[in-house]
Design a protein around this ligand. Structure first.
Ligand SMILES: [Zn+2]
Length: 403
């Protein structure tokens, strides 16, 4: 469907760094193939600004996409030192206060909408500020930013579907303060990215609060896009969160504090060259470092359990996934989402993901037993147990509501 993301699908989150490697590694026709798994893309404004050929490819392949305006960065001074952010035409001269709907905020919102319009995305994303405190002023500013963006849409910029955006702090998530209820305009969906988010490290409590926050937004009739969810997106999909985005690297986490304190490595910096490549191992529902994946697949006792038999991996042998981790990632994710889409009820989807997690936990134990014998360091699969607990808790709430 053009203009809206495909049902139960994953969206590629494209940063400037990843954009370049995507351009290099994915030929346009391959992008078309990948679209079986790809429900759309969320592309950071700093990359959009460079007018990359990727945007034309997406349009040709009719893959819906939207701009991430990166406005979440505009409340602390860090962005001023990052050229690709301070250089955005709508970047404010000084940090904005998320609790005050000032003329600077207004200017930023109008500018960000204008910027998005020029890039001709399928949808707009509201340039919201962080919900950093659970205060009336912050919520009021949040609502007014959304109102303004919706009002500009179709008047000052060509009309397109528009997606609401929330960047909640842990306290706002936990308190489940009404957030999207405050909006009296119509939005096509809601993009949610917690200010501190690391699905592989976060506690059960934190992830449950997050899951329930998303589920609640979805209950209001908003189509939810879970930002930077990575593999955890499969757990969210089980209870009906339609879309999640993640980068190709798949090591997903987000921390506004870290982003604003430490300068993000510039594209072309030391991360380049594929040294930190990672490989998705479906049987472990985990993305692991390339060297580890290599060691596991070179172990006779594990190979049969871990080898992928989808797509080109079927013909390319067990090393295909290591040599083409992105291709492997795309066909694996496509198969996972297809399996979820084939299950028509929440109950059946939850069962399926539970089964995936159980198998992954068992496989993880086997992997670590073998590594222990090899005197190799054991790998951490703790997150699988956490995710299972989260799924049980959130699914219970959903089941009660659906009854
Ligand atoms: Zn594969």
């Amino acid at each position: 469907m053009f203009g809206a993301f495909q049902d139960l699908s994953f969206l590629l989150h494209v940063t400037q760094y990843e954009g370049r490697s995507i351009e290099k590694l994915i030929a346009p026709q391959e992008l078309g193939q990948a679209s079986a798994a790809l429900g759309g893309a969320v592309i950071e404004a700093s990359y959009v600004q460079t007018d990359p050929p990727l945007l034309a490819h997406l349009a040709e392949e009719r893959i819906p996409w939207m701009v991430d305006p990166q406005s979440v960065r505009f409340t602390s001074p860090g962005y001023l030192e990052v050229a690709r952010l301070s250089g955005l035409p709508y970047a404010p001269n000084a940090p904005l206060d998320p609790g005050r709907f000032s003329t600077s905020v207004e200017r930023m919102v109008r500018g960000a909408m204008e910027f998005q319009a020029q890039a001709e995305p399928s949808m707009y994303l509201v340039p919201a500020l962080p919900l950093s405190r659970a205060s009336a002023a912050v919520f009021r500013t949040f609502a007014r930013i959304h109102e303004l963006a919706a009002d500009v849409n179709g008047k000052e910029v060509p009309y397109r579907p528009i997606v609401a955006a929330a960047y909640p702090s842990a306290l706002v998530l936990r308190g489940r303060f009404s957030v999207f209820e405050r909006l009296d305009r119509t939005f096509a969906g809601a993009y949610v990215l917690p200010l501190q988010f690391n699905p592989k490290r976060d506690s059960v409590e934190r992830l449950v609060a997050y899951g329930r926050f998303l589920e609640h937004a979805q209950g209001l009739g908003l189509r939810v896009v879970a930002g930077r969810a990575g593999v955890f997106g499969l757990v969210l999909a089980a209870f009906g969160i339609e879309n999640f985005d993640s980068g190709l690297g798949e090591r997903e986490s987000f921390s506004l504090t870290r982003l604003t304190k430490v300068r993000h490595p510039e594209p072309g910096g030391k991360r380049d060259g594929g040294r930190q490549r990672r490989v998705y191992v479906a049987q472990l529902r985990s993305t692991i470092a390339w060297d580890e994946a290599d060691a596991l697949l070179e172990t006779q006792a594990l190979r049969a359990q871990l080898t992928c038999d989808l797509g080109q991996c079927r013909f390319g042998g067990y090393r295909y996934a290591l040599e083409h981790p992105r291709d492997h990632f795309f066909h694996t994710r496509a198969a996972e989402l297809e399996a979820l889409r084939a299950r028509r009820t929440t109950d059946l989807r939850v069962q399926l993901v539970m089964q995936w997690l159980r198998t992954a936990i068992d496989t993880g134990r086997l992997v670590n037993r073998v590594r222990d014998e090899q005197k190799a360091m054991t790998l951490d699969f703790e997150h699988l147990e956490t995710w299972r607990a989260v799924l049980t808790r959130v699914a219970t709430v959903v089941a009660v509501r659906e009854r």
